[in-house]
Design a protein around this ligand. Sequence first.
Ligand SMILES: [Zn+2]
Ligand SMILES: [Zn+2]
Length: 68
Amino acid sequence: MKFLHLFSVIACSLAVLSGPAFALEHETCCTRAKAAGKVCEHKCCEKARKDGKVCEKCNGKKEKKEDK
Ligand SMILES: [Zn+2]
Ligand SMILES: [Zn+2]
């Protein structure tokens, strides 16, 4: 019986860890807008988009996560 309990705990934590964490990794104002079929309305993002880039201020560089 203990084994079953342990298994469900592990399954739950795995689901929690792999679900939202993975989604949040790339979630920015721009990706969210894109997912909704729109473009991001932030001034900075709009400007970057006109240059054919993504806004670094909002989307950041992959490994650097400086948040305010
Ligand atoms: Zn944006
Ligand atoms: Zn921006």
